[in-house]
Design a protein around this ligand. Structure first.
Ligand SMILES: Cc1ncc(COP(=O)(O)O)c(C=O)c1O
Length: 310
C-alpha cells in the first residue's frame, strides 16, 4: 500500500523521544512530541519564576490559538471552546451546567463507553439504546422514526468507540437531530484528530492525549452558542469573556493546555485539508502509525471495505 505522505512516518518519529519499545496504542495515548513536552515544561518553569497568575497571563495568546484550532476541528469558534482536564471532565461540566430534570431520557449507542453511561446515571438521566444495524452503526431510518415519535432530551453519540474501530455516521445523525430539534452531543475522544469532527453537532467533547498527541490532563468541551446559553455554570464568568470560559477548569490545566496548544497552534488549515480527513497533519499521528494502531487498523479496514463495496 502506498501512503499519501511517504515522509510522515519519519517526521513523526523525528519529532518525539525514541520509544523504549514498539508503540501501537494511540487509541489509549499517543507519544507526545519534543515540542509539546517542552511547552508544558516551559510553562511549569514560568510558574516557578513568575507565579501562577502571571504565567497564565503570558500563555493567554497561545491558549487562545489552541481554542481556535480545536474549535475549527469541531466546526465551532474559539469562544465556544473550554479547556478542561479530560473527556470525562468535559461531560461532567456539560451535565453540571445543563441541569436536566431527573429521569430525562438520553439516546445512546447500545455499546456506549461505560463511564459515559455511569456519568449520565449519576446525573439522574435515563440512557436508552439507539437503533443500530448488525455492525453497531446507528440505523438512520429507525433513528429518524424514534426522534419523531418520542424525542429524548438529547442524543449522545460516541463517534468512534474505544473498543473497536467503528466509525458512526455522525454527520447524518447530526442532520436528523437538527431536523427533529433534538440536541446532539458527540464524544470525540477517539475521533478528534482521527476523523472529521466538523459535523454540525451541538456539543463535541474530547481529550488531547489520543489522536492529537497532546499532553495528559487536558480535554476540551465545545458547545454551540444556542446550547451554551441554556447552561448554568457553577460560578458565572465576567461579562467581557466568552460564556464557555465559565466551564473551563482552573489552574491545573494550564501547563498541559499550553503544551497542547503547541501542536494545535502550529497547524495550518492547509495542513488539515492536505490529509483529507480534517485532522491536523503536524499534530496527529501519521498514516503509518495511524494504521498500525489498533483502532486505526480497524478503522482503515472498515473504510477500505466500504470503498471496495462502492
Ligand atoms: C470513547 C471514549 N470516551 C471517553 C474517554 C475518556 O477520556 P478521558 O480519559 O480523557 O476522560 C475515552 C478514553 O479512553 C474514550 O475512549
Amino acid at each position: 500500500m502506498s501512503l499519501l505522505h511517504e515522509d510522515l512516518g519519519a517526521s513523526w518519529r523525528k519529532a518525539r523521544p525514541r520509544p523504549a519499545g514498539r508503540h501501537l496504542d494511540s487509541a489509549a495515548c499517543s507519544r507526545q512530541s519534543h515540542r509539546t513536552l517542552e511547552a508544558a515544561a516551559h510553562h511549569c518553569r514560568h510558574e516557578a519564576e513568575l507565579g501562577g497568575y502571571v504565567a497564565e497571563a503570558t500563555a493567554d495568546d497561545l491558549l487562545q490559538q489552541g481554542r481556535s484550532v480545536i474549535g475549527g476541528l469541531a466546526g465551532m469558534a474559539a469562544a465556544d471552546v473550554a479547556f478542561v482536564e479530560s473527556a470525562q471532565a468535559a461531560l461532567v461540566a456539560l451535565l453540571t451546567g445543563w441541569r436536566l430534570p431527573a429521569g430525562a431520557r438520553v439516546a445512546c449507542l447500545p455499546g456506549e463507553y461505560a463511564p459515559n453511561i455511569a456519568q449520565l446515571r449519576t446525573y439522574g438521566l435515563r440512557p436508552e439504546p439507539m437503533p443500530v444495524d448488525g455492525l453497531g452503526r446507528v440505523d438512520l431510518e429507525d433513528l429518524e422514526r424514534m426522534l419523531g415519535a418520542d424525542p429524548p432530551s438529547f442524543v449522545h453519540l460516541t463517534q468512534i468507540p474505544s473498543h473497536r474501530g467503528l466509525l458512526q455516521p455522525a454527520a447524518e445523525v447530526a442532520t436528523l437531530c437538527r431536523a427533529a430539534g433534538v440536541p446532539l452531543v458527540v464524544d470525540a475522544a477517539q475521533s478528534l484528530g482521527h476523523a472529521d469532527t466538523d459535523l454540525g453537532a451541538d456539543v463535541v467533547y474530547g481529550t488531547s492525549r489520543k489522536w492529537l498527541a497532546g499532553p495528559r490532563g487536558v480535554g476540551v468541551l465545545c458547545v454551540r452558542p444556542a446550547l451554551a446559553a441554556r447552561l448554568t455554570p457553577v460560578l458565572p464568568e465576567r461579562d467581557d469573556v466568552p460564556a464557555m470560559r465559565a466551564f473551563e477548569s482552573g489552574r491545573p490545566t494550564w501547563p498541559a493546555g499550553s503544551g497542547w496548544s503547541w501542536p494545535s497552534a502550529s497547524t495550518s488549515p492547509a495542513g488539515r485539508t492536505a490529509c483529507g480527513s480534517g485532522w491536523p497533519r503536524s499534530a496527529a499521528p501519521p498514516a503509518s502509525c495511524w494504521t498500525a494502531s489498533v483502532a486505526g487498523r480497524w478503522w482503515s479496514r472498515s473504510t477500505s471495505r466500504r470503498r471496495r463495496r462502492r
